[in-house]
Design a protein around this ligand. Structure first.
Ligand code: TXA
Ligand code: MG
Length: 556
């Protein structure tokens, strides 16, 4: 069979030509054929979901086990009552908010949906994909499109039309190219036939977004743990070994610096590495696929399948993969990596908890750090570490001397005034100094915590986010406070005028900056430092509980 390629990457061009291609794809589907279709998550392998014979061909083309049901793709909530029974009102609440988008809802099915589509279950998965081309194809076909991910069963999912051709060329009637997928991991699957709703598969729509709208959601065990012999997951597909390259995969969880270090300990000449961009330079002798910056989960989601796919045709003997934390898209990315690894997971820093604190002057960082000390934590003051390193770290001193000749005098003493004059007069000189200092600082902080052993640490740094020290942290926390309170506090603390206090605050980054970039915020509106310290202690206690629970789950 010849697979026809329809290029629909550009939908702004010749409208007639575009409509013709969409009609052609819809026609194939209506007549019982198979078409690879783009969605925002991954490419799907579509067939008319009401045509049992057509659906059967999907299973043959993919080599998919017969007991694994398919999702029906529709163009909006108005399609739900045609195929689903006993629809709870919450389904419409969710659809209104998140459709079109990466959410699949499991609902009771009506008899019109054939057994081939649902693999005999009395429920059916419903999804409205957020891709204009596929929405137009479904509308034109006038039938719901049953579509699993377009990969051969067991292989990583396809995020480009080229991937689909690699797996399906000659086996299906057509492939529609709608460009690379913008989300990169499959839809989130939520079972609405139980109470509370249950997450069967984490995906492109974060669990937190769902819970914010509808409250608590149970997370199915199959999401985070391997199944025992004979155990049946609620989403049949979750039981199969998935996404797996030929070489065995080991996944490393924990703060990115710690997981990179663990991988570094293990790599040999024939190991492959999947890591965040910042760590690629550590693995120069290895075949490396990067996932994107450690702080950019959307980039990681877009690249995770490609990284796994590429290793499929490589001769590495084992693959070590860095894994993001479980928050936001991280839960889905981690789930795909762990499934590829058969849940072979190493928790890199299971007994260390690192909190990064940052924020402007007068907000209450000192009280917050006291609360950490009360909880038995060790506080690392980056400013102090910097000054120690200026004295003791020959490497850092050499690096500074190379860029700022003459700032060290003959007997090696730093002329602070001279350095200060240079960097405060010129922004790019300050950036150069920071680049040097930050490069030495983060590994030094890591070493200090390593040699201190397990336990709780707080990193206190005004430049926490700029220096990269946030990559050592389980959570970054913005300590903020209303400006008027800050003004009064600084005046009392430092015995300065109101005008000068305001000047100092306005010379710093605003609270919104820290609030927007940190994982969480600790806002200080308390009347006294003691009251704030008590509040902070409670806040950290809860946060530490959450992180401990996360680490426990991640390492299982
Ligand atoms: O993002 C996605 O959802 C992509 C694109 C193409 O839409 N589709 C996709 O389909 O990932 P597939 O077949 O690769 O994965 C569907 C998963 C399987 O694990 C299957 O077992 C589960 O959904 N599933 C489908 N219908 C179900 C049902 N009625 N009850 C429980 N799980 C179901
Ligand atoms: Mg799949």
């Amino acid at each position: 069979m010849q697979t026809i390629y329809y290029d629909l990457r550009d939908t702004k061009g010749q409208q007639k030509e575009i409509e013709d291609k969409i009609s052609a794809a819809a026609k194939i589907l209506r007549e019982g054929g198979l078409v690879g279709i783009p969605t925002e998550t991954v490419y799907g392998l579509g067939a008319n979901g009401l045509d049992g014979k057509a659906v059967k061909r999907i299973f043959e083309a993919k080599g998919r086990p017969q007991d694994n049901p398919l999702i029906l793709h529709v163009t909006g909530p108005q399609w739900l009552p045609r195929y689903c029974a006993d629809i709870p009102p919450i389904a419409y609440v969710l659809a209104r908010k998140f459709w079109p988008g990466p959410l699949t809802m499991i609902l009771k099915r009506k008899p019109i949906v054939p057994d081939e589509t649902t693999a005999g279950l009395d429920t059916v998965g419903m999804r409205c994909p957020n891709h204009p081309v596929t929405l137009a194809i479904i509308r034109e076909a006038g039938v719901p499109i049953a579509a699993p991910s377009a990969n051969t069963s067991g292989r990583p999912s396809c995020t480009t039309a080229q991937d689909v051709l690699e797996d399906m060329n000659g086996k299906i009637e057509g492939v529609v190219d709608g460009g690379p997928c913008t989300v990169g991991v499959e839809s989130t699957i939520l079972d609405l036939t139980c109470e509370p709703p249950r997450l069967l598969r984490p995906g492109g729509l974060p669990l937190e977004d769902l819970e914010r709208l509808i409250g608590h959601i149970d997370v199915d065990k199959a999401v985070t743990t391997p199944l025992k012999e004979g155990e049946q997951p609620k989403a049949p597909g979750m039981k199969y070994r998935h996404y797996a390259p030929k070489a065995p995969v080991t996944v490393f969880t924990g703060a990115p610096d710690a997981s990179a270090r663990e991988i570094q300990r293990r790599v040999g000449p024939t190991s492959g590495v999947i890591c965040f961009d910042e760590y690629a330079h550590l693995f120069q002798g290895q075949e490396v696929h990067t996932l994107g910056p450690s702080g950019d989960k959307l980039a990681q989601a877009q690249r995770v399948f490609d990284a796994l796919r590429t290793f499929d045709s490589s001769s590495v003997t084992e693959i070590y993969a860095q894994c993001p934390d479980n928050r936001g898209l991280g839960l889905a990315i981690g789930n795909r990596l762990k499934k590829a690894a058969g849940f072979h997971v190493v928790e890199a820093d299971s007994h260390r908890i690192v909190l990064g604190l940052t924020g402007g002057t007068g907000a209450g960082k000192t009280s917050a750090l006291n609360a950490i000390r009360e909880l038995g934590g060790t506080v690392i003051d980056c400013d102090a570490v910097y000054h120690e390193m200026l004295e003791n770290s020959q490497e850092m001193r050499n690096a500074i001397n190379a860029k700022f000749p003459g700032v060290f005098d003959q007997d090696g003493k730093l002329n602070r005034q001279k350095l200060g004059q240079e960097v405060f007069a010129q922004k790019d000189r300050l950036a150069q100094l920071n680049e040097i200092v930050f490069g030495f600082m983060t590994p030094e902080l890591d070493r200090r915590m390593e040699s201190a052993g397990d336990g709780l640490f707080a990193i206190d740094a005004i430049n926490l986010l700029e220096s990269g020290a946030d990559r050592l942290c389980d959570r970054t926390i913005a300590v903020t406070a209303p400006t008027e309170l800050r003004v009064r506090r600084i005046m009392a603390r430092d015995g300065i005028t109101e005008q000068y206090a305001r000047l100092r605050i306005s010379a710093q980054k605003p609270d919104e900056y820290y609030r927007g970039k940190c994982d969480c915020e600790l806002n200080n509106a308390a009347d006294t430092p003691e009251a704030f310290q008590a509040e902070a202690k409670l806040f950290f206690t809860r946060l530490i509980e959450t992180i401990t629970e996360e680490k426990r789950r991640a390492s299982k």
